[in-house]
Design a protein around this ligand. Structure first.
Ligand SMILES: Cc1cc2nc3c(=O)[nH]c(=O)nc-3n(C[C@H](O)[C@H](O)[C@H](O)COP(=O)(O)OP(=O)(O)OC[C@H]3O[C@@H](n4cnc5c(N)ncnc54)[C@H](O)[C@@H]3O)c2cc1C
Ligand SMILES: O=C(O)[C@@H]1CCCCN1
Length: 388
């Protein structure tokens, strides 16, 4: 196999965002190379694991808007590849009724006419058994929401990319980038040239961008992905149509707590804390902070009485946070043929198909389908509100 070559576009990083971007480029008949430092599939970045939440329930209208088309793109990929990537379960949102976060989500759903059900205290347990809704908390269900099968998604989209003639080179770390009208990308194996470059390197974004003289305000944190045993197996299961949930804030925490129905490990429900401790992505396993698990134990004991409040499995995953928790989807400030997709801040998976489409549009110099101002690099000079 040749270790050098010329491409229309090179995409660095075969996580969910790079894989969807490469696929979109190949769909447009662009000769595309997708480079990945690890042997695929791997579990060292942000896109591994069996499941992710998909939802329209957001505090900001612009995310809900993007999700309208994004659901269609997910369904299109399912049809094209003949695989099931999404299962509708609904998303239960709980939080102090009068809080800004909870009200913003409710408003966005109403404004955008997203199908939802408001559950008052007197009917809550009829609909959601085995959960204690705290006094003063509101509860609603975004019925469009559900679970995405994450590992299966990556396999599918990478497979579709290859079917379209796209080239994936894994176990090939990018070691240098030389910007110019033709970008030169050096790897541990060879040298490649392309008219444009897309950098979707997840937690490694700043390490790669250092080669181009740019650093973004990104913070990489390690998430303890906790699974909790059901006292009665199946009581919070996907088969029983138990929904995903987000608790926006609670007695134990101002940070969101979220969960997905038991599925991948029978009898175990995934419940996590939406924050972690700072880490270097190459030293992830040295970060051993478990203070979030203590918070989860208290919350679970109080609100999920059907779970044993002691994690049965703890896995690891990385978030790459921006200061406002909104993504970076933009051109490199100094090079118009280098496009950056970064800082997905723990909520980017569901947007994969639309992010792929947008990064593809940017790299082809097309007008992007959405207003990308919330995602511009220049916003870091001014302050904004956070996203869920
Ligand atoms: C615990 C957890 C729960 C989450 N839950 C949800 C959820 O419910 N819903 C949701 O929508 N989102 C969720 N997310 C967020 C979502 O998974 C991420 O936003 C998304 O996976 C980010 O993808 P990425 O492609 O940017 O990064 P990554 O998946 O990390 O991909 C980047 C890739 O670039 C490669 N790379 C880096 N440097 C180099 C180099 N020098 N050379 C070659 N390759 C390189 C890496 O090896 C990696 O494969 C969650 C994330 C975590 C961690
Ligand atoms: O993106 C999501 O839908 C979830 C919600 C809660 C935090 C983690 N990510």
């Amino acid at each position: 196999m040749s270790t050098s070559g010329d491409f229309d576009c090179i995409v660095i990083g075969a996580g969910v965002q790079g894989s969807f971007t490469a696929y979109q480029l190949a769909k447009k008949n662009k000769k595309t190379l997708l480079l990945e430092q690890f042997v695929l599939p791997h579990s060292r970045g942000s896109s591994h694991g069996q499941t992710r939440i998909i939802r329209k329930a957001y505090e900001q209208n612009f995310y809900t808007h993007m999700m309208e088309e994004c659901y269609e793109l997910w369904a299109q990929l399912e049809r094209e590849a003949g695989v099931k990537l999404y299962r509708q379960t609904g998303l239960l949102v709980m939080g102090p009724e009068k809080s800004e976060n909870y009200q913003n989500i409710k408003d966005t759903l109403q404004t955008n006419k997203v199908p939802m059900v408001v559950l008052t205290h007197d009917i809550f347990s009829q609909h959601i058994p085995n959960v204690n809704l705290a006094k003063g908390d509101g509860a609603l269900v975004d019925t469009t929401a559900g679970v995405l099968f994450a590992d299966r998604t990556l396999k599918t989209v990478q497979g579709q990319f290859q079917k379209l003639g796209g080239v994936i080179r894994d176990n090939e770390k990018v070691t240098d980038i030389k910007p110019g009208p033709v970008v030169r990308v050096s790897t541990s194996v060879g040298v490649y040239h392309a008219k444009s470059l897309v950098i979707t390197a997840g937690p490694w974004a700043n390490k790669l961008l250092a080669n181009t003289g740019l650093q973004l305000p990104l913070e990489v944190v390690k998430i303890n992905v906790c699974y909790w045993k059901e006292k009665v197996p199946g009581s919070y299961s996907m088969k029983q149509r138990f929904p995903c949930f987000v608790q926006t804030e609670c007695l134990e925490s101002k940070v969101h707590i979220y969960g997905l129905p038991s599925n991948e490990y029978p009898g175990l429900m995934k419940v996590c804390y939406h924050m972690g401790s700072k880490t270097d992505p190459d030293q992830r396993d040295l970060q051993k902070d478990r203070s979030d698990i203590e918070i989860l134990q208290h919350y679970i004991a109080r609100c999920f009485p059907g779970l044993i409040p002691e994690p049965a499995i703890v896995e690891s995953c990385l978030y790459t946070l921006t200061p406002d928790h909104h993504f970076v989807l933009d051109y490199h400030p100094a090079y118009s043929n280098i496009v950056i997709g970064a800082g997905f801040s723990g909520h980017g998976f569901k947007f994969g198909p639309i992010i792929g489409k947008l990064l593809c549009e940017l790299s082809l110099g097309e007008v992007p389908s959405y207003d990308l101002s919330p995602f511009h690099i220049r916003r870091f000079q001014s302050k904004r509100n956070s996203a869920l």
